[in-house]
Design a protein around this ligand. Structure first.
Ligand code: SF4
Length: 59
């Protein structure tokens, strides 16, 4: 699956990185980014479900 982050929506809470560090990391601008082109990690969906502003999309 592919994972996307809406950087404009991201509030930099760090939940996604905490749940799924193999897919997400926090950047110097205080937002999250996706570090893999594609993943099978189920935690990516968990992170999408847990993002407080629904900034993560999983397809
Ligand atoms: Fe941003 Fe959502 Fe990740 Fe929090 S969980 S850092 S709001 S993408």
């Amino acid at each position: 699956m592919k994972v996307y982050i809406d950087k404009d929506a991201c509030i930099g809470c760090g939940v996604c990185e905490g749940l799924c560090p193999e897919v997400f990391r926090m950047t110097d601008d205080g937002k999250a980014e996706v570090i893999v082109a594609e993943t099978e990690a189920s935690c990516a969906q968990d992170a999408a479900d847990s993002c407080p502003v629904q900034a993560i999309k999983v397809e």
